[in-house]
Design a protein around this ligand. Sequence first.
Ligand code: AMP
Length: 196
Amino acid sequence: MDHIKKSLKAGRLGSICVYCGASNTVNEAYLRLAEKLGRELASRDIRLVYGGGGVGLMGACARAAHERGGEVLGIMPRFLLQKERMYTEVEHRIVDDMHTRKMMMFEEADAFIVLPGGIGTLEEAVEILSWARLGIHAKPMAFLDEDGFWEPFFQLIEKIIEGGFIPEDFRGAMVHCATSAEAITALEDRRVVIDL
Ligand code: AMP
């Protein structure tokens, strides 16, 4: 594999995958943040790739992007169609299982933004980070919140680095941001282009 040269290069992102909570019973401010992100993606002409639901932050982000004229791709496993109320106003794909959904979301995106969410959001983000750790990809990830929601997670990552479990340069794989604009710009700056 030594013919593959990796060079860090800032670059425009075509698609960003957003991981976020599916619950509707959350603080309104989280839903507003998801809407702001959806609008920012649309205004920058970046496609939103997401889990396809019409509920919670997922639905808020997708609706806002669509209403602003943005491109959206939702990917939903068949068994969650009712529960997560698939948002059908945008391009959507129905897949057989969770693993196919996760892989397709990963493949369709150049980078990731993680909004506040629950166990599913955490699992998706950590799995993508674990793939970065294994060298499977070099797609950057931004954690976005206005209230320090992800601060304890970044503190845990620092503990993990201090403990010697991951190298210090792993910090470069992830960034913590307070606005959508800042998150997208940070991802563009960290974009890794692989020259074959
Ligand atoms: P949550 O953060 O728990 O509200 O879930 C957010 C989204 O993640 C929902 O669309 C869930 O279907 C999805 N999700 C839940 N568990 C997993 C998992 N193990 N892997 C990938 N996605 C999941």
